[in-house]
Design a protein. Sequence first.
Length: 104
Amino acid sequence: MGQAVKVLQLFKTLHRTRQQVFKNDARALEAARIKINEEFKNNKNETSPKKIEELMKIGSDVELLLRTSVIQGIHTDHNTLKLVPRKDLLVENVPYCDAPIQKQ
């Protein structure tokens, strides 16, 4: 697959992820859209395959970070924030035990 196709796929993936992560938050959606477009526009004339691969790695890492680490928060009161995790972020919770279990 050509490098241009991979770059376009990453661009589309970042925008899809942005739409999922910042759903119902118009300000964050717009800010993320502007930032993604700005980064791609700033590097559109890059010709070095090594530099393009490096930029693609950064873009892929950003997409993964957005998808796996960002949780929306909604201000409910003056000092209260309600977290709204997406279903794909919820994982099975394993209880933590402070004391080591003694093997017999």
